[in-house]
Design a binder for this molecule. Sequence first.
Ligand code: FES
Ligand code: FES
Length: 132
Amino acid sequence: MYNEKVMEYFVNPRNVGVIPNADGIGEAGSPACGDEMKVYLKIEGDVIVDVKFQTYGCASAIASSSMATEMVKGKTIKEALALTNKDVVEALGGLPGPKIHCSVLAEQTIKRALLDYANRHNIHIEELDGIE
Ligand code: FES
Ligand code: FES
């Protein structure tokens, strides 16, 4: 059901763990399946210098969070905000249709972590309007 790349990111997930004193933390859960994700960001200036995640969920959720965290690491906040679940799915070489929501969870969790960062620093980031 999963392609080799997805399996690789599931078996050897990148960026698993917790960042103590993270600058932004985001959580999201999927009502469709009950899976949960948490993302921790370390931000210096406007660059995401480190990112870690914890995912309680399926192979696709783990592969998606692994890929998504890898894609935003070293990026500016603006660049990270441009990441969509579609980009994550593409980078993984595709996900089975019923598993697309796992990648949506990854995008949402990263955006919530960025929102948390923005709120803590009283920064308004236009691209985050509508995210809660
Ligand atoms: Fe249970 Fe995704 S449905 S792990
Ligand atoms: Fe729900 Fe993967 S996150 S099935």
